[in-house]
Write a protein that binds this ligand. Structure first.
Ligand code: GLA
Length: 391
């Protein structure tokens, strides 16, 4: 929906008057998968698939919410924010309001209309985009009332807290951070242990990034996400006894892991092996991108997928089929799943002049193999969260 349409829709729901617009991004992760919650480095980028929250303050304690893409609404009393954990729709926003109120923001009643173009279940973080856009909105209204205002990094942390403690999804910080702090044309190299970050210009020379949705829906709650986190904690606990200097699993090097292999049982070792080698791949991928070695970058994407498939077991037959179809195309330098896995999207690096053929061929092969219709998104790497001021 464009802003004019969004404003019209807002006014038809809530009446005429001033409307503000808060935008946050969906994200694609280039490399560094399933290591954010182990303190590893990740390399996500913000997308032009976004969530825009249109909003206006009210004079009472009620937050009313509606959406452009689904026919559901919710109403929250800001004095009872603890009681909306099981809404059919709106618990992400309720969680953000709850967490921010606890953190001392001046949460005020308002009307909101949520317009989210990040496809749900795509692995491109629609939930993070909704949380961060909502957090930005509450922060702006709080500041307007003379209360606290959050920096972008803080928006990310608050949103993650909402998802963890309110919505019960034990996600890491990567999605919310990319959604809030992304920068046009850049990936973010984020150290998830310290939250230090730098921008890495995304220049793939003659190649470009192609994001394809397998259309096999994924769900972090239903999937094995929390189980993997547990396995990593077990690995860390055992390794820490032998390697007291480590503060997180990402601190372990592959040489150290190899030497300690005998203390980890089969699956636990495999999970740790993924984490440790994926951390190393991120470092190499950033160097490859900086030095323009896109072939190496592509190979690292392939290795990442292989490790997610064999060691971490979070891919599934659809993502495997989609990435295999991609890799077998002459002109594709590398392909991997992106996000939580078990469905959702893949990311590939493809020679620019072959992208159209690539998409056609890969989608056809994939359909033949799995029966699913894949969809390709035009990916423009964009800014993270901001208020849209020129309407
Ligand atoms: C989901 C989570 C992230 C991250 C990825 C896997 O997107 O929300 O925190 O763990 O999975 O890299």
């Amino acid at each position: 929906m464009n802003l004019k349409e969004l404003k019209d829709k807002f006014e038809s729901l809530y009446g005429a008057g001033e409307v503000r617009f808060f935008s946050a991004a969906g994200r694609v992760n280039l490399i560094g998968e399933h290591i954010d919650y182990c303190g590893g480095p990740v390399l996500p980028a913000a997308l032009n698939l976004r969530c825009v929250v249109a909003a206006r303050k009210r004079t009472d304690n009620i937050v009313r919410m509606a959406a452009t893409t689904i026919d559901l609404t919710a109403e929250l009393d800001i004095n009872k924010l603890d009681s909306y954990r099981n809404l059919r729709w709106g618990s992400y926003q309720a969680g953000v309001a709850f967490v921010m109120k606890e953190a001392g923001f001046d949460i005020v009643g308002c009307d909101m209309l949520v317009d989210c173009t990040v496809p749900f279940g795509s692995g491109l973080s629609s939930s993070a985009a909704i949380e961060v856009a909502t957090a930005l909105c509450f922060s702006a209204f709080s500041a307007e009332n003379g209360g606290k205002k959050a920096a972008k990094e803080e928006l990310a942390v608050l949103s993650q807290m909402a998802e963890n403690s309110y919505c019960g999804v034990n996600c890491g910080i990567m999605d919310q951070f990319a959604s809030a702090c992304g920068k046009k044309g850049n990936a973010i190299l984020l150290n998830c242990a310290t939250l230090e970050y730098e921008y890495a210009p995304m220049d793939f020379g003659d190649c470009e990034l192609v994001v394809i949705n397998s259309n096999k829906p994924h769900s972090l709650v239903d999937s094995k996400y929390n189980e993997r986190r547990k396995e990593c904690e077990i690995a860390f606990g055992l390794l820490k006894k032998r390697l007291p200097h480590i503060t997180c699993l990402a601190d372990v090097t592959s040489e150290e892991l190899e030497k300690q292999a005998n203390i980890l049982s089969g699956k636990i070792y495999d999970r740790a092996l993924h984490v440790v080698t994926e951390c190393e791949r991120v470092v190499r991928a950033v160097e490859a991108m900086k030095s323009g070695d896109i072939r190496l970058f592509g190979r690292l994407l392939n290795e990442s997928h292989r490790s997610l498939r064999d060691n971490y077991e979070v891919t599934g037959k659809e993502l495997d089929a989609l990435t295999e179809a991609a890799r077998s195309f002459d002109g594709c330098l590398g392909s991997r799943m992106t996000g939580g896995g078990f469905g959702g999207c893949t990311v590939s690096v493809v020679e620019k002049d072959k992208v159209k053929d690539f998409v056609r061929k890969v989608c056809a092969d994939y359909k033949k193999e799995t029966g699913y219709d894949a969809v390709c998104y035009e990916t423009v790497i964009s800014d993270g969260a901001f208020e849209i001021t020129a309407v």
